[in-house]
Write a protein that binds this ligand. Sequence first.
Ligand SMILES: Cc1cc2nc3c(=O)[nH]c(=O)nc-3n(C[C@H](O)[C@H](O)[C@H](O)COP(=O)(O)OP(=O)(O)OC[C@H]3O[C@@H](n4cnc5c(N)ncnc54)[C@H](O)[C@@H]3O)c2cc1C
Length: 423
Amino acid sequence: MTRRTEDALIVGGGLAGLSCAITLAEHGLRVRVIEAAPRLGGRAGSFFEPRMGQWIDQGPHLLIGAYRHTLDLLRRCNAEHLVHWQSSLQLPLWDPQRGRFALHPSPRLPLAIALPRALAMLPGHSFASVPAMLRLRFGQAGTHETVVQWLQRVRAPHELVRDFLEPLCLAAMNEHMDTANARSFQRVLVTAFANHAHARLGWFRQPLGLCIETLAKHARSLGVCITTHTQINGVSHRAGMTVLRSQRGEEFRAPHAVATVPPWHQHRLSAPVATPASNPITNIHLWFDEQLRLPYPFIGGLGTQGQWFFDVSAQTRQRSTGSHLCVVISAFHAGNKRTLVDQACSELARIMERKKLPEPCHSRVVCVRRATVLVRPHLPPNLPTGIVDSMEHPAPGQLPATIEYAIERGKQGAERVLARCQH
Ligand SMILES: Cc1cc2nc3c(=O)[nH]c(=O)nc-3n(C[C@H](O)[C@H](O)[C@H](O)COP(=O)(O)OP(=O)(O)OC[C@H]3O[C@@H](n4cnc5c(N)ncnc54)[C@H](O)[C@@H]3O)c2cc1C
């Protein structure tokens, strides 16, 4: 069966695909998004947890105020209310020796002064970090340098690395400092700490899948057709048209097509290609009958196995009784699930200053094996003629693979299609 001709076909219905579709439809193009899964969202999607009767994300997502493409897309979709933003940066931390403390630069001072001051005031820190911070800001990180090499070169003090740069590198790059690319990490630091509005953190007030539905609803209102349950696994080019073939033998044709699939699925659209390096993220979801509240919506752990401890109930206000907490470990592949749950409960108990937590009424360890593509020198994609590349493959100096990167890549793909339309 051959479908009617659209102006553009978008393969993949994650954030990159939706960003691309919405941008093209805003310019009056007839667009179809073709998604392999039953639901849109990709890695930013949610799944139904039957035991708790809830939609949950594979893992909680944090945003930063510097995500300008994300903010712009949410504004265009009238969806800004979906994100809760801190009024200014507050980064709560915990470690076994110092207990709870927070990095909270004064919003009354310019961030360039407030941030070094707040760092110097953390327990065990001093103003000795200030010259290193200036070198981090104004020196150029090497394109092929790792974060560890760069931090050694600028003589970053140990406490600044341990309490600030290392957790930030893992969170932003999903990669440990000994292999993460310094040039991209510097880009994160410079962009995120440009001013107070950029530096604040945000989180979704609802499970991501519901937020994605809001974006999809807006896309549909602009005329975008969305086809789910349809995996594209063949591409050809005939008489100026790109023809996409699904696993069920359906054909979709249009003068333009954009690939927003993760690069490890690129082989479905082209000849086999080398799989790019990626890292996992492990999320330990815990539900308790008792109302257990973290003192903050999330806390960063130092010297703990869990890196970020999220109070999902507080963030999404989903359960009125009981509580849902989630412990996130970046760049980590889940091993023994029972051990992970026990360790997460023990660390949470210490953070909450309790002897022991009650036994969770339910737990689920979600390990996303390929959570993000790592920043590596750019390999040209091997896509068939006529398909625009909006896939995730961040190169040194670009932002790492995040929501922001996906939305920017989708928009760039749309701009390339629009430029082709003008010729
Ligand atoms: C656990 C976890 C935590 C994260 N935390 C954060 C965070 O805190 N902050 C942040 O900014 N980012 C975070 N990220 C990263 C962010 O979720 C991703 O970078 C982003 O969602 C990627 O979007 P995408 O559209 O590029 O790709 P995807 O979301 O992977 O979408 C691609 C879509 O293409 C579909 N597809 C694949 N092959 C085909 C085919 N042949 N035909 C049709 N469809 C196909 C897939 O089903 C998928 O829906 C996290 C990711 C994970 C997994």
